[in-house]
Ligand binder design. Structure first.
Ligand code: SF4
Length: 365
């Protein structure tokens, strides 16, 4: 640990300027705070990225899940964090208070078990999350298919990390300027490091996949600073005990069996080509979108300044949560205005919880 800290400080001194790194995923944001890494290295601006599934689920998708939950004879199941995310029609918590049957589960397999127990009811799993979660949802579909269930459905709003990073770096209007990416270990355990190759090849930005313990984050940070110092750009892995070069082929083929890419709407960011996964045509009978055809009655244009919320800019690394005028006053974890304050892995919620450390840095944009 000491060796890594000394190495980071030496290279920061050599750089002679603040270094901007984006930790793509919310788990890293929280871990960097929890381990006190921001406080240790004030010369590094750690910017949060778009890797919090709750934060990037669009209002339209929340509203569609509410409309499905309101259908007679339907139970909608989802992860706990999704319950409080506001859409234009309210939240799933609100829908439940109004009489919809909405339940929290820890795994999509629990939703399959519920469907098996009550064949006269329809069970819809509202599936959010990135490549880490998607294989588990594919396994749930596989299990429901094997059991011959005709009352289990998935409403998939899954998102993919690499297309989102490309979109951040290609945005014509507000493009984040970065020195390097800290890439998520759990997502990379599924997809491997190769899908990030464009970061180095096309954008000449160093990137390192790493884990979530203090020594792993510091090792990844040190490897990034070494690349920055030498003027090189590669995708490296500092988490080799978990991440294989080819990823997890079993998980990838299970995902490929059930899902296909489509252009998805990211909250506060907008449409990103081929960044979401929907069920393939052959599984239409289990696709809640095709079966229930939810049509929210209101317009859902994506607006980064929605209600004064700056979530879109926070997710693109253009602002820190503390730069939002509502942070900590109009918007708190108990009364969230935007999705970034809802999830424990949301950037705004993390900054709120670990507030004493945040005065040391700015977004530097
Ligand atoms: S503090 Fe609240 S209102 Fe501001 S960006 Fe974060 S979630 Fe949005």
């Amino acid at each position: 640990m000491e060796r890594r800290a000394n190495g980071i400080n030496r290279l920061l001194k050599k750089a002679g300027r603040p270094v901007k790194l984006m930790e793509v995923c919310g788990t890293h944001t929280v871990a960097i705070f929890r381990h006190g890494i921001r406080g240790l290295f004030p010369g590094i601006s750690f910017l949060s990225g778009p890797g919090c599934p709750v934060c990037v689920t669009s209002k339209r998708d929340i509203d569609c899940s509410i409309l499905i939950a309101r259908e007679p004879g339907v139970t909608l199941l989802t992860f706990g964090d999704m319950m409080r995310v506001p859409g234009a029609l309210g939240s799933l918590n609100r829908a439940r208070a109004d009489g919809a049957d909405v339940k929290v589960v820890y795994s999509p397999l629990d939703a399959v078990a519920a469907a098996e127990k009550q064949p006269d009811r329809k069970f819809v799993f509202f599936a959010t999350g990135f490549e880490t979660t998607i294989p588990l949802v594919a396994a749930a579909l596989d299990m429901a298919h094997s059991l011959g269930l005709d009352n289990f459905f998935v409403y998939s709003v899954h998102k993919l990390v690499p297309p989102a990073l490309r979109a951040l770096l290609s945005a014509p209007d507000a493009r984040v300027s970065l020195d390097g990416f800290i890439l998520p270990g759990h997502v990379s355990a599924i997809i491997g490091p190769r899908p990030y190759g464009f970061l180095a090849e096309e954008f000449h930005i160093p990137a390192v996949v790493t884990g979530f313990e203090a020594d792993e984050i510091m090792e990844g940070t040190l490897m990034l600073l070494e690349q920055i110092e030498s003027g090189s750009a590669r995708v490296e892995v500092a988490y080799k005990k978990v991440v294989r070069d080819a990823g997890n082929q079993t998980a990838l083929s299970l995902m490929d069996r059930y899902f296909r890419p489509f252009d998805a709407e990211w909250r506060g960011i907008g449409m990103i080509p081929a960044s979401g996964l929907r069920l393939k045509e052959q599984w239409a009978a289990m696709d809640a979108e095709r079966v229930f055809k939810p049509h929210p009655p209101v317009s859902h244009e994506v607006s980064p300044g929605d209600g004064g919320c700056s979530c879109g800019d926070v997710l693109r690394g253009l602002k820190l949560p503390v730069d939002c005028r509502l942070f900590g006053s109009g918007c708190t974890p108990d009364h969230p205005v935007g999705a970034c304050m809802v999830s424990t892995e949301g950037s705004c919620a993390a900054y709120f919880k670990y507030g004493p450390f945040i005065k040391r840095q700015t977004s530097g944009q």
